[in-house]
Ligand binder design. Sequence first.
Ligand SMILES: [Zn+2]
Length: 288
Amino acid sequence: MYDIHHLNCGTMCPWGGRLVDGVSDGLAARLVCHCLLVETDHGLVLVDTGYGARDVAQPHPRLSRAFTALLRPRLLPEETALARIHARGYRADDVRHIVLTHLDFDHAGGIQDFPRAEVHVLDAELDAARHPRGPVATGRYRPLQWDNNVRWRTYSAHGEPWFGFPAVRELPGLPPDILLVPLAGHTVGHAGVAVRGRDRWVLHAGDAYFFREEIDPREPRCTPGLAAYQGIMDVDRDLRLANQARLRELARHHGGEVRILCAHDAVELEGRGRGIGARHAARVLEPA
Ligand SMILES: [Zn+2]
């Protein structure tokens, strides 16, 4: 059981306001890059990395111009994982492991800021990133962010059960309380990352969904903006939707034991433990 810190490692302000994020009053929406910092006796573990210091210093050509135009990342130095970790009194070298949901530019940008870390990811994801096909793949996977000197650890997408999901529990150097939960669809080798916290599990579901209410067991819904974006980005729509359905079932049956979160929902990040799963569990436990 570990202390888990929730970090925003990149704010994005695409046009569309509440048609995208469901809450903003202005013309621009606000999305975050929700990363986890886990303090373990094996050193610090980072789950996803958001945008990195080098993306901030010189965004292009590390990032695709099409995606920066669409998502409008603010690229603030103080929001990088490196700055967040410094602000907590740690050094870059204290980060020994990075566990990635996938290799999209808004998740992989900080890898090079932590040269001592081993980087854990599903093998299908690394393979897809190294051999991109088509404009979406070449825009989303940016080898300049991770092509040199990265200590990869890759895994095939099966393993032992975890709340009904097959999960990879044996990540070398990491305890069995941090595991990869394959959730393909957004990308070929996309995975959630489950971490056992002090009071319950946290499942970082990456980009398996984008809007908090998509996994509401009772009334799932998505904003039109984020539904459209997910439709552009997914590689297997049926699989993506099937995995969202599984996440809803997880929220329905285990919302009190597992906090489920995604990468880009600002309300979820700021809610800190009041996510859909928790809300549903509260309804179940405290009938009106
Ligand atoms: Zn993303």
